[in-house]
Design a protein around this ligand. Structure first.
Ligand code: PMP
Length: 414
């Protein structure tokens, strides 16, 4: 790619990128990437080929097509491991981040946590990183503590340092908030957790599409994300965990593919990752996810991060010029901007933005609690409006949103 600022994406490139997304044809201003990303043609093609021309089962087939599909499927695991700077046998394919966290709670959690132990979450967690631990609390009696946020909406690691005790066995934090765009210092969180002997689980749903990841440098113990937020298909995600942790974890789902030997008396299990992947795997989805990782890495994660940070800070600056907008979250948001327009419910704003304007534009934002009701309680609002950026967004999307907000203002009056 060319451009005067090699670290970010210029306007021409943004247009070229946008053209690769059939879902964005027709001038649609898509500002809901934090919910799910649109898919580039390369990912769609890889998925279609895997489902059509190349389709066969993996692992068991003796025929050539199945052997080839097995190679492609395992290459997808290698690709994912390289993306994370982890080992191939540390990558478990799941249905998504939600399932990954439930897997950890139901295997490592059930095996290692008991009444009196504590888990530390934060105020800004997605429900996916709250409810599995509450379900585990029901089963084990483990206690849940909540790390507060700084004034500007980051997980307050100074507070975490004060809260953590040797009774804490797990810290589970989001790498990037899906509401505020605030970015966690994962390395510091890992040091704090490890200092009291706790594990660190990172919910990387919003980080994986926009921040280069390195499991060794981050030093966390579990990392989870969903492919559909990084330009890949729905129905697949990843649990990465250190090899010795996975080796010690009992299986969760039982069935084919996860066994070593089955008799009615006793079954022995396959080593990880197969131990955690019962049944026919997500063959097509894994290949689609690898294509998405290829696509994203070809553009460049550091450029994705810079581009989306730039757009978020421009949008924040524009919204701040209005005297009827409340902005949530820190100034240096990683591409996600939550706000409230005085006197207009976020759902009404979202609905009006979706109606075609006189110039034919339609804008998709998200309005609601974003599966983060405890954070809404903390912010003192039932919902926020949220604009979130992807690699395909540019200034024109911000302009359209600002015009749409102006139109909404006129409809609702002053
Ligand atoms: N965590 C965060 C921070 C998220 O943004 C999301 C998706 N909104 C999830 C977890 C859950 O991801 P999924 O629904 O793909 O499992």
């Amino acid at each position: 790619m060319t451009g005067s600022t090699p670290s970010s994406v210029d306007m021409n490139e943004a247009l070229l990128l946008k053209a690769q997304f059939p879902g964005l044809a027709g001038g649609w201003h898509y500002l809901d990437t934090a919910a799910t990303a649109q898919k580039p043609q390369a990912v769609i093609d890889a998925t279609i080929n895997a489902m059509g021309r190349d389709y066969a089962t993996v692992h068991r087939g003796v025929y050539a097509r199945s052997a080839e599909m097995t190679l492609a499927f395992e290459a997808a695991r290698r690709r994912t491991a390289a993306f994370l700077n982890g080992r191939e046998d540390e990558v478990i394919f799941t249905r998504g981040a939600t399932e990954s966290i439930n897997l950890v709670a139901n295997t490592w959690g059930v095996d290692n946590l008991k009444a009196g132990d504590r888990v530390l979450l934060s105020t800004l967690e997605h429900h996916s990183n709250i409810v599995p631990w509450q379900l585990l609390r029901e089963r084990t009696g483990v206690q849940i503590d909540v790390c507060p946020l700084t004034e500007d909406g980051r997980i307050d690691l100074d507070a975490a340092a004060r809260i953590l005790t040797p009774a804490h066995k797990l810290v589970a934090f989001a790498h990037v908030s899906n509401v505020l765009g605030s970015v966690l210092d994962v390395r510091r969180a890992a040091d704090l957790a490890h200092a009291v002997g706790a594990m660190l689980l990172i919910d990387g749903c919003q980080a994986a599409p926009r921040i280069a990841l390195d499991m060794i440098a981050l030093d966390c113990d579990f990392y989870v994300f969903s492919a559909h937020k990084l330009y890949g298909p729905t129905g697949i995600g990843v649990l990465w965990a250190r090899k010795p942790i996975l080796d010690a974890m009992p299986p969760w789902h039982g069935g084919g593919s996860m066994i070593d030997r089955v008799t009615f008396e006793k079954t022995t299990f396959a080593p990880p990752p197969q131990r955690f992947e019962a049944g026919t795997p997500m063959i097509v989805e894994a290949i689609g996810m690898a294509a998405a990782i290829d696509w994203l890495c070809a553009v460049g994660l550091s450029r994705a991060e810079q581009h989306e940070r730039d757009l978020a800070s421009r949008l924040r600056a524009e919204l701040r010029r209005r005297n009827d907008v409340t902005l949530f979250g820190p100034e240096d948001s990683a591409g996600i901007v939550s706000f409230a327009l005085d006197g207009v419910h976020p759902h009404d704003l979202g609905t009006i933005l979706d109606e075609e304007g006189s110039d034919g534009t339609r804008i998709a934002i998200r309005a609601g609690h974003h599966c983060a009701q405890p954070l809404m309680d903390h912010l003192g609002v039932p919902a926020t409006a949220r604009a979130s950026f992807g690699l395909y967004n540019d200034e024109s999307d911000i302009e359209a949103l600002l015009k749409g907000i102006e139109r909404t203002r006129r409809i609702f009056g002053q």
